[in-house]
Ligand binder design. Sequence first.
Ligand code: HEM
Length: 227
Amino acid sequence: MTSYLKSWFTGAPSASAVLDVPTFLKVSPPASDDGEDTETDDSVPAFPALNSAQRAAPTPSQAPLILSDSALMPPPPVPSLASRISGVAPRPASSLLVPTSTTQRPQKPSKKREKVALSPGHSPLDWAALKSSGVDLRGVDSLSRIPPSVLKQHRSKDDAWTAINGKVYNITPYLSFHPGGERELMRVAGRDGTHLFASTHAWVNADFMLDACLVGFLIPEPSSDSP
Ligand code: HEM
């Protein structure tokens, strides 16, 4: 047995190791679909099949080369443990990956825009429903021309007006619906809020949000000496 294995690895055929591969000349045909097997021959098929890859395997003289450990492909490099900092995850090998950690301190949330919890029934959808319900949200019979002095008189929560882009709105009904809270919205009550509004959320369409609350148009203060 040992000499046989030796001859296999070295490729030298030994006298005692003669591969005696039996040759089958007859192979049984595949069974027919209808199950009617006309052949009464019960010979077993050759295994491996006569034309199989196994039979075409190398002879002892073509024995496969077995590589030693040093001839094999080296393993991937071990990440350098020396450069690791305690408590900090190692940097990924690819610079395209997201860094696993950062040395920057998290930024404090901006104080400028804080969301407030709106009371139930005061979502933006509820506001849209109220606007289209036909309920009077203006509090005036007709639109008028409003100078800053008149606007100034409407600065209480129950009666709050503001001017945005030249239009004056009654913001009292919107106070409890404002996602930024009543307090923030009241900052523009009784005055022109265009600048503050735009610097807080320029993307909000005040014209659309408050169309049902329009009370008039902001005009310059009439000069006292005019007739
Ligand atoms: C007068 C008309 C105003 C209308 C129609 C209005 C409308 C809105 C709307 C629709 C949002 C939600 C925006 C979003 O989710 O992106 C919002 C958020 C907010 N508003 Fe107003 N706003 C008005 C005035 C103001 C004013 C004068 C201030 C304060 C100076 C203010 C402060 C805020 C804040 C802080 C938020 C933040 C919440 C967030 O991050 O969404 N708003 N406002």
